[in-house]
Structure formats: C-alpha cells, structure tokens
Ligand binder design. Structure first.
Ligand SMILES: CC(C)(COP(=O)(O)OP(=O)(O)OC[C@H]1O[C@@H](n2cnc3c(N)ncnc32)[C@H](O)[C@@H]1OP(=O)(O)O)[C@@H](O)C(=O)NCCC(=O)NCCSC(=O)CC(=O)CCCCCCCCCCCCC(=O)O
Ligand SMILES: NC(=O)C1=CN([C@@H]2O[C@H](COP(=O)(O)OP(=O)(O)OC[C@H]3O[C@@H](n4cnc5c(N)ncnc54)[C@H](O)[C@@H]3O)[C@@H](O)[C@H]2O)C=CC1
Length: 719
C-alpha cells in the first residue's frame, strides 16, 4: 500500500511494502490513489514520494510475474498523474530505486538521493526489461549510450555517478523525507514542463550504434535474450514518438515475461535467497545462529587456491597472514597475488589505490605460529589427508580457542580432519572454486560436530568477500565435484562410443555452459585428475593402467590417462584434448592427433563407434549428474534443491537462463527424467551412476513442482 499525509501543503506519499517496497498490486493502487488525492487537494502545492524504511523501491513485485496476468493498475497507470501534474513531484531516494522503483522516480519531475543510494534497471538479470517506461524515459534523460549501458548490464549506479549522469538532481545528507519536503517546497512555482520526460526528444544516435551493441551484447551475454530485447526497446525510443515507443516496450516486455528464460532467471533470483537460509540437521539455522566476528584471517598454502583465497580476503579489507612451507613458495604466492591485483587495476576492476590498500593488509610468514592471534584460518595445502591432519593438530595448539579452522579440501572428509583437533565444533570446510578470486561459489561443508556458530561465521564471511556461500554436508567430494564425476565420466564414455571431444564440448557450449568438459579439463590440467585417480585407486588397493576398463565391475574409461602418458597435460603443456600451439596459450584448436589416439584406443578394445547426436550427449551427461543430485538430496547432504542449482550456477557456470540442473529436471517433468534414467540404467548396467535415485522415483509419481520438493523430502525422511 501507500501512505498519504499532508505536511504543510506538501503531500508526502510513502511506498509501504517492506523490506524493499516491491510494487505489488496494493502499492500500485495505493500510489495511484495518493497521487489523485494530492492532485485534487487544493492545499497541496507539491508532492514527495519516498519509501518506507531503508529503500525507495526494488521495483515490480517479481512474485506477481508468474502465471496470472498482472492486475491493473500497472506502474504506468499509477504514475500517470505524477507525469501530468502541474504540482512538482519529487522522488526522495534512500537505499535502492531499482527497476519499477526507478521508473516511478522517472515519472517524477525531480529526483534527490542520499549519498549511499543506488539506482538501476536490473531487469535483464531476471529475464525481462524495464516495462514501465524505463527504456523510453531513461534515454530522454541521460541519452542512448548511457541508457544502453545501464539497461543491458543491469548494474547498480551509485549516487555520485547518478548525479553526474543527471538521474539525480541533488545528493542530500540529512533525513531524506525532510530533505524531500524542503526540495519540493523550493521548486514550487517553477514550471515543470521542461522536467516532464515524455515531452523530451531522444537524440539520434544512429543505427550503427545498435548494430555494434547487438554484436557486443551477443558476445558478452551469450545465450540471454533479455539484453537483446532491451536494445530493441531503447532503439524504439529513438525511432518512435513517446506513446508508440511505450507500446513497443510493453509488447517486448510481454514477450519476455512469458519466456522460459524469464521463468528460470526469476527462479534463480529466489533460489539464491532460499539457499542462503541454511539449516543444520540439529534444527539450528540461519535465523537462530549468530556469526563470530572475523577481524583477521590466516591462509595456509599460497598455491593455486591459497593465493586466490588470500586475495579475496584482503580485497575485502580483512587483514590476512599468508603462510607457506618455505620462502620460495611464499614468494611465488605473493607474486601471484600482486600480479592478480595489477591485472584487476589494468582491467579497471579496481583502482591502484584499492590495490595498494589490499596489499597493505597482507602479511606473510613461513611459520604457523604467526597465526596465533587470527580469528579464522583457511588451510589450502596439498590434497593429502595426513598433511592436513598434521596441520590441524598444530593449529589447534597455536590458535586462540575461538579461532575457526577451515579447510579448502575438495574431497576429504571434514570429520576426519576435525578429529585431529580438540575443537571439532570449530572445524568446517570452505571449498572455493578455481580461480578462487573469480568464481563466486563458496561450498561450505559442515561435519557432524561443526557448530551452528561456526557455520554462521563462514556463511557470513562468504557474503562479506562477495561470494555466494552454500551449505552442504560432508561426503566424498561434497556436492559440486560429486555431481561432476558422473557428468565427466559420461563425457568420456560418449567419446569412446563415437562422439569426438569437440562434439561433446560444442553440445555443452550450445546449451549455454561457458566451456565444454574437455576444455575445462585442459584448463585444470589433465595430470591433476590422473594423480587423483591413481591415488584413489591405490587407497582401494587397485593398480590403474591405461588398459584398465573395469574396476570392481564398474566401467571406467582412462583415455585421459593415455593423453597424460603422451605428455598432453592440457594448457600448461600446450596440448591436451585440444592443441594450444604453445604452453599457456588459451586458443583451443581440435587436434587430429587426439582423434587418432581415440581411434587407436577404440580399435585396441574393439569398441564399435557410432554417430552420437548432441541431444544424446546432453541427456547422458546432464541426467547422470541430475540423478546424483537427487541422491545427494535423498541423503540429506543438502536440505533443498535450490542449493544444488546455486552450486552449479556459481561453481560451474550453468546458465541462469536454464535455472540450474534441478530446475531443468523440473521443467523436463520428473516422470520423463526418471523414465530416461531407468532406460540408461538398462542400457548401461556397468555404471553405478545410472542406478535411479529413490527420491527421484518417489517424486516422479507426484508431479510436485520444485518449490514443493523440500516439504515432501522433510515429510518422508525414510525414503
Ligand atoms: C533490492 C535488493 C538489492 C535488496 O537486497 P538485500 O538487501 O540483499 O535483500 P534481499 O534478500 O535481496 O531482499 C529482501 C527480500 O525482498 C525480496 N525482494 C527483493 N526484491 C523483490 C522484488 N522486486 N519483488 C519481490 N520480492 C523482492 C527478496 O526475495 C527477499 O525476500 P525473501 O526471498 O523472502 O528473503 C535486492 O533484493 C534486489 O536486487 N532485488 C531485485 C530488484 C529487481 O530485480 N527489480 C526489478 C524488478 S522487475 C521490474 O521492476 C519490472 C519493471 O520494470 C516494470 C514491470 C512492468 C509491468 C508491466 C505490466 C504489463 C504486464 C503484462 C504482462 C502480461 C503477462 C502476464 O503477467 O501474464
Ligand atoms: N586447484 C584447484 O582447482 C582446487 C583445489 N582445491 C583444494 O585446495 C587445496 C590446495 O590446492 P592447490 O592450491 O591446487 O594446490 P597447490 O599445489 O597449487 O598449492 C598447495 C600449496 O601448499 C603449500 N604447502 C604444502 N605443505 C605446506 C605446509 N606444511 N605449510 C604451508 N604450506 C604448505 C605448497 O607449498 C603449495 O604452495 C587442495 O586441498 C585442493 O584439493 C579446491 C578447489 C579447487
């Protein structure tokens, strides 16, 4: 709803729908009525619109987009009176004015804001476009070029920049409502005609700008349709009179809002928030537990991951001690940190001043004792259980009793590591993804004794260092890598059976993955997987050779080992599944030598090759991984399907416009997913990953949408 009061001739209208004043039906109706009242009231000389609480408004109520038609009045109907009013209307912005919120402000004649306020059109991120005049009014205010940037990127613009662009007329420092009232009074009597955006002309930026922008947007936001629709709408503002432009905007909005991409992106928006609400099996949860303060941190190991993690901490202003086993490794790690900071400055992702500030809070050491006073330590040494246990035992003695001890292990059991300490409640996994400074996912892993306070602390830390933290339970390889295993295994089987690695990658990239499986393997280094496979087999008393085709009755494909033994380690050696010309180069070219190696391998084992469609490639890789996802849910390793989707989106770049693998399964209908998995199980009996998940079988009988799976899981704990 919207509140109305007359304060000495100023109509003060408050958008009232906390926490973000989303423009629900009630708010739109309330705003329309309040504007009418202000218009009709002869005593009112000017009007101020503000938001209740911390925010102006986060825009349309996204929950209203799905299914039923948007009830009238729409935002445009509600705001028409602001546009037409001869009394000056001022938007007084605190917090955020986003999407429809900014559109309301653009219907006003003036906009003032607090120094910390933010404005923007984030609609592209939820698969739509600003559909209440944003694409027609913003170009009339700040021009085509800046409008394209803001609307196609969805970025938030801070107050200072908004002032420079002309979106804000003034930045004010006192109470925003009082400032709004004073400002409104100061413009009474000035003709508002020139302030009405619909009356302004959009400068002709020429059609070439749009041709160039289409190419840029297609490349930068590959696969996403909303940014392209935004361009069409902005172009209409240049080519058509205001009312015709508005009609065109609405038409484009309607097409987008009913698209599968919008549904998936809006699911992702809420999934991220649902996933942030964590819960432990004990019942303790994000509402009941409080984080401990983390004023200082330590990182052990300055290799690939440790250096990246330290970078995340220091760029978030957390003084960090980076510890290595010797000076040589330490220097190498520090060089990486400094190089990445320089790179960020060169790419204008931060200023030189920010980079210097970050490096000033980094301390280095070759002595674990220097961690005695930090609040939290993240260990990132080699993936070796004995070494990790040794380090945790030492840390337990060195660190303050309140210090939280985290491990970046990608597969090892958290409980076993915790047993090396007398503070098992303070041991937790914080699994970052490579490159740690870039990838957003932080997979936090609790053990059986990890306390809620510890979990709350690493979840809060994740947010603070700009990651997306997701909580999972401990199991072999946790969630991300555990699901990746059947996905990668199927990729190799597909290659054995006749698809080339390049066809596999093409199918995945056409689907929307940023990189195919084989390119990712080359990037990580084929030798890493080689060592992990050998080590894991050794632990089980098995000696792997490139002739191994079955392990304990389970089909395996060791083609990657064959490549490693030929010196093809991936990007680092200049060739792997692809050819890169020379070590370290990134441009991947298909390599006939690899195809010959595969041919030879298949001849040796008498494997009959066949033509494999891209549909089969996608189905086998994705369904194998989705089936594993259901098993993870069934075992309670995660408490909700949204966790898995967020892990795939932020850990592996699953396209948001496909909503994550569990959402994708939901869209395919679970009965179809289950039937296909059963068929694959029949056809490929030697792959344990095709054993259908019991939870999937159960859910497939119900036809419940993904939003209802969690309640079924909770009500059927013994599936
Ligand atoms: C605002 C934020 C930056 C705040 O962040 P933070 O403080 O971190 O809090 P959060 O946890 O994110 O949020 C708190 C709480 O609020 C919920 N929430 C946030 N925003 C919205 C929202 N816009 N709608 C609903 N709910 C919202 C959030 O989920 C949290 O709740 P919880 O999940 O219960 O924990 C941040 O929240 C943020 O970035 N928000 C999103 C901002 C955004 O994307 N805004 C754009 C919205 S779209 C929009 O405005 C569209 C338009 O431009 C106008 C629409 C025109 C309509 C035209 C009508 C024509 C209709 C014809 C169609 C016919 C077809 C049909 O309908 O069938
Ligand atoms: N590389 C990757 O893609 C990912 C790795 N991980 C995990 O992160 C951890 C680290 O992996 P990487 O960074 O790739 O390894 P790395 O080999 O690049 O770095 C490990 C570093 O630890 C140092 N180190 C070893 N023993 C030490 C000790 N006693 N004291 C101080 N430093 C010591 C080494 O000198 C080396 O610099 C492993 O547990 C790994 O499984 C997790 C996610 C992704």
């Amino acid at each position: 709803m919207a509140n109305y009061r007359n304060k000495g001739g100023v109509a003060v209208i408050e958008l009232n729908n906390p926490p973000v004043n989303a423009l629900s039906f009630e708010v739109r109706s309330g705003l329309m009525n309040a504007l009418k009242r202000a218009h009709d009231d002869k005593d009112v000389k000017c009007i101020v619109i503000h938001g209740k609480g911390k925010n102006f408004s986060a825009g349309a109520d996204i929950k209203e987009f799905g299914g039923t038609k948007q009830q009238k009045p729409w935002i445009t109907d509600a705001c028409r009176l602001a546009d037409e009013s001869s009394k000056p209307v001022v938007a007084a912005i605190a917090g955020t004015a986003l999407g429809g919120g900014l559109e309301v402000a653009l219907f006003c004649h003036y906009r003032i804001g607090t120094p910390s306020c933010r404005v923007g059109f984030p609609e592209v991120q939820i698969g739509v476009l600003p559909g209440a005049g944003g694409t027609q009014r913003l170009p009339r205010l700040i021009g085509v070029k800046h409008s394209i940037d803001m609307i196609t990127s969805g970025r938030h613009v801070m107050a200072e920049e908004a002032l420079k662009l002309g979106i804000l007329d003034k930045i004010v420092t006192d109470d925003i409502i009082e400032e709004g009232i004073q400002f409104a009074k100061s413009v009474v009597g000035i003709d508002v005609g020139g302030r009405i955006l619909r009356n302004r002309k959009v400068e002709d930026a020429g059609s070439k700008v749009f041709d160039d922008e289409i190419s840029r947007v297609k490349k930068k936001y590959k696969g996403y349709i909303a940014p392209l629709f935004c361009l069409k709408a902005i172009q209409a503002s240049m080519q058509l009179p205001y009312d015709a432009g508005m009609e065109q905007e609405l038409k484009l909005f309607q097409q987008l809002v009913s698209s599968g991409q919008a549904k998936a992106q809006q699911y992702t928006f809420f999934a991220e928030r649902i996933s942030a609400r964590w819960q432990l099996p004990s019942g303790a949860n994000s509402q009941t537990a409080s984080p401990l303060p983390v004023k200082t941190a330590g990182v052990i190991g300055a290799g690939t991951m440790g250096a990246g993690i330290a970078l995340c901490l220091i760029t978030s202003g957390i003084p960090t001690v980076l510890v290595e086993q010797d000076q040589k490794f330490l220097e190498k790690g520090v060089k990486t940190v400094e190089g990445d900071l320089r790179g960020s400055v060169a790419l204008k992702k931060m200023t030189a001043e920010q980079a210097n500030k970050a490096i000033s809070v980094l301390k280095t050491s070759v002595n674990l004792e220097d961690l005695h006073d930090v609040d939290l330590v993240i260990e990132a040494v080699y993936e070796n259980l004995a070494l990790k246990k040794e380090i945790f035992a030492k840390l337990d003695k060195i660190c303050k009793s309140k210090t939280i001890l985290c491990t970046n292990t990608s597969s090892l059991d958290i409980d076993t590591i915790a047993e090396a300490t007398k503070r098992r409640d303070k041991v937790v996994g914080t699994h970052f993804f490579a490159p740690a400074y870039i990838m957003k996912l932080q997979e936090n892993v609790y053990g059986k004794d990890t306390s809620a306070e510890t979990v709350a602390t690493v979840m809060a830390l994740g947010k603070r260092i700009r990651k997306v933290p997701v909580l999972v339970g401990t199991c072999d390889s946790f969630v991300a890598n555990r699901m990746l295993h059947p996905y990668a295994t199927e990729a190799l089987f597909l290659v054995e059976e006749g698809a080339s690695p390049y066809e596999v990658d093409q199918a995945l990239e056409d689907f929307g993955m940023p990189m195919g499986m084989f390119r990712v393997s080359d990037l990580s280094g084929l030798d890493i997987g080689y060592k992990v496979r050998k080590e894991a087999a050794k632990r089980r008393g098995i000696e792997l050779t490139s002739d191994t085709r079955f392990v304990n009755g389970e089909r395996v494909c060791l083609l990657a080992n064959v490549l490693v033994e030929k010196g093809r380690l991936g990007i680092k050696s200049g060739k792997g599944w692809y050819n890169y010309g020379s070590p370290g180069k990134r441009e991947a070219t298909p390599d006939p030598e690899v195809l010959d190696t595969i041919e030879e391998y298949c001849r040796k084992y008498d494997i009959k090759k066949r033509k494999i469609s891209s549909q089969e490639i996608l189905e086998r890789m994705q369904l194998a991984m989705i089936n594993e996802g259901f098993k993870i849910l069934e075992e309670g390793i995660v408490s909700k399907p949204e966790d898995i989707d967020i892990i795939w989106i932020y850990g592996f770049g699953w396209p948001k416009y496909m909503g994550g693998p569990m959402f994708y399964a939901n869209e395919m209908k679970l009965k179809n997913v289950y039937r296909k998995i059963r068929d694959f199980h029949q056809n490929y009996p030697f792959s344990i990953h095709w054993t259908p998940s019991k939870l999937l079988a159960r859910l497939s009988e119900t036809d419940l949408p993904i939003s209802k799976w969690t309640s079924l899981i909770n009500s059927n704990s013994k599936l």
